[in-house]
Design a protein around this ligand. Sequence first.
Ligand code: THG
Length: 393
Amino acid sequence: MLRRRRVYAKKAIPLTTGTGLELMSTLPMIMSRRLRPSPFEQRVIENGASAFTLYNKMTLPLVYESYEKEYEHLCEHVQIWDVACERQVEIVGPDALQLVELITPRDISSCAIGQCKYAPLCDENGGIINDPIILRLAEDRFWLSIADSDVNLWVKGIAYGRGFDVKVFEPDVSPLAIQGPKADDLMADVVGEHTRDIRFFWFIDETIVGTPVKIARSGWSGKGGFEVYLQDAAKGNDLWDIFWEAGQKYNLKPGAPNLIERIETGLKSYGQDMTIENNPFEASMDNYIDLDKKAEFMSRDALMQVAETGPAKRLVNIVIDGEELALMRTDWRVLDEAGEQVGTVTSRTYSPHMRANIGMAMVKPSFASPGTVVMVDADGDICRATVRDAKWQ
Ligand code: THG
């Protein structure tokens, strides 16, 4: 006899947007084919995820108990994260490399098979379409592991318009992240000692629970770890369970990309810290722009222009003085001494380790040097703030 499918929790689950605005909703209510399920969703619900955001038309769990607890745990132990919403756009065919080069200012010709590169995708105005991790699977086959925007349709349009000999589609691939300082020990137990030798931003092919996966040393935290790319959604529970069981001796807990940790580490969130309105110089992604790369890319002229004149804004780290501030519900303005707006706070949190309110802000270039003092209008509370460099100095 077939076992009846588990019914989702009846209690209300807050659906949280990137800015912390909470909409009371229930997962059963928001379930539809338009809101696509993650293969790990059942385990996420069973473990009591308490807030989600929407990401690539899927749910992304944000927090189970609290950001602070999960932050402390992530710094010391190992966590399992449902990041299936980081969807893949596959580009395969004789013109695959030419197409990938065309859509990013980063040089991809040097990306080896088995290697990953973080790269902004930019349109003809230099506007950031997305900031995926690009994986090179074969000479003529790539995955763009995307942030939250519709990359598949954009790339399909370019491929058709240019008459490229490629296939562009979203494959059945869902990343599961294993993050934290004990991730290496856990992966060695589950897959083998050789996984300790995977280099940062490289991946290997493996079989776990009878299903092919790619295991990359990557992930959206500064604490180290892996991402396991599951290629069969039906194996979601099995993949979760094998890490869950082996992880008990390492105090493994469910977690999620953590707001506090990612701001401390300087990981930018597309849609939050930068959008299509920004070019990668504004988003302080200079390290991922190769304006003199050999291949043609559609943002070249626009970005050359920005390189010449300098960007109109710059994304910086800031520390806001004073007591712990509440979650922000609106865009906080950055002001100069005279009270004129010179920028906007794009993300912020309280950092327990730094004992300070920290965040990112998009500001006029003349206010972007570390040490610059500004004011932040925190929902009417005017606070003094200081621009810091990437290492918070
Ligand atoms: N994992 C996967 N896909 C993703 C993300 C992820 N897609 C969307 C989003 N996250 C992409 N954003 C980033 C941003 C930074 C990094 C990874 C994904 C990152 N950067 C390294 C650093 O800052 O030290 C260096 C990258 C490099 O040198 O190329 O790790 O998390 N699958």
